[in-house]
Every structure is written in structure tokens, then in C-alpha cells.
Design a protein around this ligand. Structure first.
Ligand SMILES: *Cc1c(COP(=O)(O)O)cnc(C)c1O
Length: 420
């Protein structure tokens, strides 16, 4: 969160006071730092220099066109999970030949569009999907580049909802079924086997689960090699964690160094291109959700700071019990601090953003909900007919509006009343 810092009694993003942004654009507003996004990606790029590596940005973390555009300019590839995300990459000027298409339920229509666009690889998650992809590719006279997503049965040590590499999860092809699936793939006429991939979860704060997954992939790579199925790339997915509270995730550099060390010990390791799909660790700490305190109220049990952002804007607390720091934009004297639950106006008890925080607050104060750059706006909804927040990107002293606040009428513009 280095891009967000206090100067005097004012919280800034880069060189701009968040109070100024609230005045200009209103609240709630997502505020991102251009430099924080670019620096996070550049750290991966630096760590990979001299290596055959493609770092993709998993755009489900934050799919604003401006974010995609920024990362495309920095040389990122993209990991997509829907036809809609492909449309975003194309609209933002991203290169489809650097796109990997993940996801457990690709429709035939999505496959067709992705084949026509010329995506780099389909990360296939079942034999049924392989067969469907072969059919769709054949029908339009193409060969589909594929990698099979293997479920390595590795515990990522993260929240159950964002753990994806365990036997009980819906993702990937079981490790012990993968060989058979590759044999199927190898005999299909319209698919071209290129790689292997896994993605074991999100917000992973240790290196070991990545290495355990890599070892499982390499075992399979060797078994495939012995059968004459040669792969070109290994895709290790994403999932590197960030600091929300007191987590100590490995640095991007340390993670890559450990992975490269393991690769270099493998007899054919150097021959494989490595692909990664990072979302959270590129944008998570590059954004805050700026919100204003509407009311303070206290009952016998607790104090509530009711703010103008809610679970529809930032779903992570309600969904995962997630922790987000709360930063006062213009801090008051600490001596008046009390314990507050920061909650939204939505009619659900699950509508909270933070609980039991010691804050010195008054009605009208601005708060920044920290580490909200990933899985914030991307998961926002219109529940309670609440327009989604505006989004801005700060670049030094400049502020760019990259998504307007939704007009209320747009929320029901596609709806129709019944005939009389
Ligand atoms: C969500 C997802 C990612 C990105 O995960 P992060 O934790 O944001 O890095 C990468 N690959 C796949 C297949 C995903 O589903």
C-alpha cells in the first residue's frame, strides 16, 4: 500500500489527496494507483528476466479497461475465464495471442469466439470439454491449442472458497486421470497439445504449495514424455497472496527464484516456457474503496459506522469473512477513538466491511477501505438497486475517471413492464 500515504493530516494516493477525489467524484469510489499497478507487474517481469516466462494478468481480479490497457502496455499476457473477459481484452487493445482461456464451464460459443480471435491456449478442465473443443475447432477449420488443467491435490492453505487445487474442488482434472485425458487429447484431430497447467487457489502466503504443485506437474510431464507426448509450456496459475493485515507473503522475486531453482534441477526444465496467471498480487494493494460515514450509531452491544459503500461494492468481507484495513482520510485526535463496525446501508446483516476497529470518527468523515484493488469492483453488484461505484486511476498528480458512477436509470433500462 506504499502508493497510499499520509502527508500532514491527509491521506494521499500518489500526489493526490483522497479528500479531493471524494469532492470531485463523490463516494463510494474505487481509487487505484497507476504506479502501484505498474510496479507490481514490473517486479514479476524483473524477477523473470532472462527466462522464458509469460506473466499473464488474471483479469477477473479487476477487469476495468484502463487496467487491462495499462498492463498490456507493460507486456502482460492475460488469463481470462469467459467470453466477456476476452471481449474486454480486445476492447482494451490486448493481444489475443497472449491470452490463456481458463474456466471450468466454457460454452461452445465462447470457444468459437476465442478460436477466431486466436487465443494462445485453452486451459481445459475435463475430457468432455476436450471433446467439445475438438468439435468446435473442427467445425470452423481450426486447431485448438490446449493445456490440461490438472488438480494436483495440494493444500494452498487459504480460505476454502478460494482454494481450488484440492481433490474435493470442482476444478481441473484429477492428477490420476490426467494421463488418460492427455492420451485422449493427443488423438483428437483438432486439438494441439501444448502444455499443462494448474491453479491451486488464491491469497497463498507461502512458497511451498507452489513448489508442491510444480512437483506434481513435473511428475506428469515426465510420464507424458515417456509416452511421446511432448509439452512446450508449464502454466503454474496465479494465487500469490498480498498483505491485508499481518500476512507475510513471499516477494514476487522469492517465489520466482524458488520455482526457477526447482525447474533448473529438472533434466528438461530449461526447455519449457513458464506461464503464470496473477491477479490479486498485481492489483490488490493498488486500490482503495473511498467511502463516507453517513451515520454513527451505538446500541448496547456495538458501535456502527454506517458508510455509503456496502457489500454490493465490496463483497469480500461478506463472502470470505475477509479483513480490509480502514484508513481515515483526515485522521482525528486518537483520544476520541472507539470501537466501530464499519457497515453499509444494504438490508443484510452480512453487509459489513470491517468489524471492531478502533477509530476516531465523526459523521461525514471519509474512510479508505484498504487493499481493495482486487476482487472489489470486479465482484460488485447492483443489489438493493445501488449503482456501482465510480473508478478512478491516479497517475502522479493526475486523476483519470476510468468508470463513471452508474446512473440509477441504467440499472433498470433493460427491464420491461407487462402489457396492460
Ligand atoms: C482466479 C484465477 C487466477 C488468479 O488468481 P489470483 O489469486 O488473483 O492471482 C489465475 N488463474 C485461474 C485459473 C483463476 O481462476
Amino acid at each position: 500500500m506504499d502508493a497510499f500515504h499520509y502527508r500532514g493530516n491527509s491521506l494521499l494516493v500518489e500526489d493526490v489527496a483522497l479528500a479531493t477525489i471524494a469532492e470531485r467524484f463523490g463516494t463510494p469510489t474505487y481509487v487505484y494507483s497507476r504506479h502501484a499497478i505498474v510496479d507490481a507487474f514490473a517486479e514479476f517481469r524483473r524477477a523473470a528476466s532472462g527466462r522464458n516466462v509469460l506473466v499473464c494478468y488474471a483479469l477477473k481480479a479487476n477487469s476495468n479497461l484502463a487496467v487491462i490497457d495499462l498492463l498490456a502496455r507493460e507486456g502482460a499476457g492475460f488469463d481470462i475465464v469467459s467470453g466477456g473477459e476476452l471481449a474486454r481484452v480486445l476492447a482494451a487493445g490486448g493481444d489475443p495471442s497472449r491470452v490463456v482461456f481458463s474456466g471450468v464451464g466454457k460454452s461452445a460459443a465462447e470457444m468459437r469466439v476465442a478460436l477466431e480471435a486466436g487465443v494462445r491456449c485453452f486451459n481445459v478442465e475435463s475430457e468432455s470439454e476436450l471433446l467439445r473443443l475438438d468439435g468446435v475447432a473442427g467445425a470452423i477449420g481450426r486447431r485448438a491449442p490446449v493445456s490440461l488443467r490438472v488438480n494436483p491435490d495440494v493444500d494452498a492453505g487459504t480460505h476454502p472458497y478460494i482454494s481450488t487445487g484440492l481433490r474435493e474442488n470442482k476444478f481441473g482434472i484429477a492428477h490420476d486421470a490426467a494421463l488418460a485425458a492427455y492420451r485422449t487429447a493427443a488423438r483428437l484431430p483438432n486439438v494441439d497439445v501444448q502444455g499443462i497447467d494448474c491453479h491451486i487457489g488464491s491469497q497463498i502466503t507461502a512458497i511451498d504449495p507452489f513448489l508442491a504443485a510444480l512437483d506434481k506437474l513435473l511428475e506428469l510431464v515426465d510420464a507424458l514424455h515417456a509416452e511421446g507426448i511432448a509439452l512446450k509450456h508449464l502454466d503454474l496459475g496465479g494465487g500469490l497472496g498480498i498483505r491485508y493485515a499481518d500476512e507475510q507473503p513471499p516477494s514476487r522475486e522469492a517465489l520466482f527464484a524458488a520455482i526457477f531453482e526447482r525447474i533448473d534441477r529438472h533434466p528438461r526444465g530449461a526447455s519449457y516456457e513458464l506461464v503464470f496467471e496473477f491477479g490479486r498480487s498485481i492489483v490488490g494493494n493498488a486500490g482503495v474503496l473511498l467511502t463516507r460515514v453517513e451515520y454513527l450509531k451505538r446500541n448496547a452491544e456495538r458501535g456502527f459506522a454506517i458508510v455509503d459503500a456496502a457489500m454490493n461494492d465490496l463483497m469480500r468481507p461478506a463472502l470470505y469473512d475477509a479483513y480490509h484495513g480502514v484508513l481515515p482520510v483526515q485522521p482525528r485526535d486518537e483520544r476520541s477513538a472507539q470501537s466501530w463496525d464499519v457497515v453499509g446501508p444494504v438490508c443484510e446483516s452480512g453487509d459489513w466491511l470491517a468489524r471492531g476497529r478502533r477509530l476516531a470518527l465523526a459523521e461525514g468523515d471519509l474512510l479508505a477501505i484498504a487493499s481493495a484493488g482486487a476482487y472489489g469492483m470486479a465482484m460488485a453488484s447492483n443489489y438493493n438497486t445501488r449503482p456501482r461505484a465510480a473508478e478512478v486511476i491516479v497517475d502522479g498528480g493526475d486523476v483519470h475517471l476510468v468508470r463513471e458512477r452508474e446512473p440509477v436509470e441504467s440499472l433498470f433500462a433493460l427491464e420491461r413492464r407487462l402489457p396492460r
